[in-house]
Design a protein around this ligand. Structure first.
Ligand SMILES: [Zn+2]
Length: 387
C-alpha cells in the first residue's frame, strides 16, 4: 500500500494515509449527511446534517486508527517493531517488522484490534443512550453516536471472521499454531480460509449487485482484495517454510562490488555497467564507509539528460531503511525485513561491521528453485539446510 500523505506519529509509530481514503471519506460523509441522519431526524437544516456528518466521519476514521494503534502497541510490547500504520480504501494496515515468536503473542496482537473496536462501540453506545435519556428524543447528534456504536461493532465483528488476513484469521492461526506447534501449517490453514471467505464475499457482492445495485461492487472489491491478500499469505508461508533452517550466508551474493557514491549515472552507464551488470549497487564514500544502496530500476527512472549531473547517492534510499543482516541469521527473519523495505534488498555485515554480502529477491528465488530441483532428485540442496 502506498502511503501518500504523512499524518505524523502516534505512540512513536509513523501514521500515513493513501489517497484512496478520501473517496471513502466522501462516500461515508455523504451517506451520513444525506441518508442516515435525516432518516433518524427529519426537517433539520442541511448545514447541521453535513456538519455532524463530517464530524462523525472524522470520528469513524479516528476509530479505525485506534484499532490499528492498538495492534501496534501490543506488537511493540511483545518485542516486535512496527514500521508504520497506513489508512486506505479498506481500513487500516499495521506493518510489523517481524512475526510473533509465540502463539500467545500472535493471539494478543491480533485480538486487541477487534476488542478496541468493541470498547469504542460500547463508549459511543453509552453516549447515544445517555444523550437520548437526557434530551428525551433522537437528535442528530444522538443518531450520529448510535451510528458510530453500530459501525464499530460491525468493524470488530467483521475483523473477527476467522479468515486471514483479517484479525480473526490471525487468531485462528495462533490457535492452530498452539495446538500443533507448526506455525507454517497454521498460517497456511488460516490463509486458505481467507481465500474461501474472499470468494464468498465476491459471490455475495455479485448477488447484491444484481439485486440491489452498485453497493454490491464494494463487496466484490473487498472480496477480491482479501482473496489476493490471503493467496499472498499462503505463498509467503510456504516460501518461509522452504527457507527455514537456511542461513543468510547460504544464499547471499558474497563480497559485492561497491561503488563510489559520487559516481554519476553517466559514468556508471559508460564505464561500469557492461563490466558489472548488477541490479543492486552498494554505495560507499572514499574511506569505504557504507552510505546506502541504489538499484538499476531507480537508475532507469532518471531521464537521459539528467544522467551527467545525477550521482548514484542522489538516487539511493536512506541507509537506515536498508535492512542489515548477519551471515548466521536465519533467512526467513531477514526476508521479512526485506519485504517491508523500499528496495527489497539487504546488506550482510560481519561482526566488525564490514559489508560481506548482499541479498536480493533473486538470491532467494534462486535458492528456492534450486531446493525444488534438488528435492525432486531426493537430495537437500545445501548441507546446512536444517542445521
Ligand atoms: Zn485489526
Amino acid at each position: 500500500m502506498n502511503e501518500n500523505i504523512r499524518l505524523g506519529r502516534i505512540a512513536g509509530v509513523p501514521v500515513g494515509m493513501n489517497w484512496s481514503i478520501l473517496l471513502v471519506f466522501w462516500l461515508i460523509a455523504w451517506e451520513l449527511s444525506d441518508l442516515v441522519l435525516p432518516g433518524w431526524r427529519a426537517h433539520e437544516p442541511t448545514a447541521l446534517y453535513w456538519g455532524v456528518g463530517i464530524a462523525t466521519t472524522v470520528l469513524f476514521f479516528a476509530s479505525l486508527l485506534a484499532h490499528e494503534v492498538s495492534h501496534a502497541v501490543v506488537a511493540r510490547r511483545n518485542g516486535i517493531g512496527v514500521r508504520r500504520i497506513t489508512l486506505w480504501l479498506f481500513g487500516g494496515v499495521s506493518e510489523l517488522e517481524s512475526e510473533a515468536l509465540t502463539p500467545g503473542a500472535d493471539f494478543r496482537i491480533a485480538v486487541v484490534g477487534p476488542l478496541t473496536s468493541f470498547v469504542l462501540a460500547g463508549v459511543f453506545g453509552a453516549v447515544a443512550v445517555g444523550a437520548r435519556g437526557a434530551t428525551g428524543s433522537v437528535g442528530v447528534a444522538v443518531a450520529a453516536a448510535g451510528w458510530l456504536a453500530w459501525i464499530n461493532l460491525l468493524l470488530g465483528g467483521f475483523n473477527l471472521v476467522p479468515a486471514a488476513p483479517l484479525d480473526g484469521g490471525r487468531v485462528l492461526r495462533a490457535a492452530l499454531w498452539r495446538r500443533s506447534g507448526d506455525r507454517v501449517h497454521a498460517a497456511t490453514a488460516a490463509a486458505r480460509t481467507g481465500q474461501v471467505f474472499g470468494y464468498v464475499l465476491v459471490v455475495l457482492g455479485v448477488l447484491e449487485f444484481l439485486a440491489v445495485g452498485l453497493a454490491g461492487l464494494w463487496f466484490i472489491f473487498l472480496g477480491w482484495f482479501l482473496l489476493a491478500a490471503a493467496r499472498a499469505e499462503e505463498s509467503t508461508a510456504v516460501l518461509r517454510d522452504s527457507l527455514s533452517g537456511v542461513h543468510v550466508s547460504d544464499i547471499m551474493t558474497r563480497d559485492p562490488v561497491t561503488f563510489d557514491a559520487d559516481t554519476t549515472l553517466a559514468d556508471l552507464l559508460d564505464d561500469h555497467l557492461h563490466r558489472y551488470p548488477f541490479s543492486t549497487y552498494p554505495l560507499v564514500d572514499r574511506t569505504g564507509r557504507l552510505l546506502g544502496l541504489t538499484t538499476l530500476s531507480r537508475i532507469r527512472h532518471v531521464p537521459a539528460h539528467h544522467r551527467r549531473t545525477t550521482r548514484l547517492i542522489d538516487v539511493s534510499g536512506p541507509l537506515a531503511e536498508v535492512p542489515v543482516g548477519t551471515p548466521d541469521e536465519p533467512v526467513p527473519d531477514l526476508f521479512q525485513r526485506m519485504q517491508a523495505s523500499a528496495d527489497g534488498r539487504a546488506f550482510v555485515v560481519d561482526a566488525t561491521g564490514r559489508l560481506v554480502g548482499i541479498v536480493s529477491p533473486s538470491d532467494i528465488a534462486r535458492y528456492v528453485q534450486w531446493s525444488m530441483l534438488q528435492a525432486r532428485r531426493g537430495a537437500s540442496p545445501w548441507g546446512s539446510r536444517r542445521g
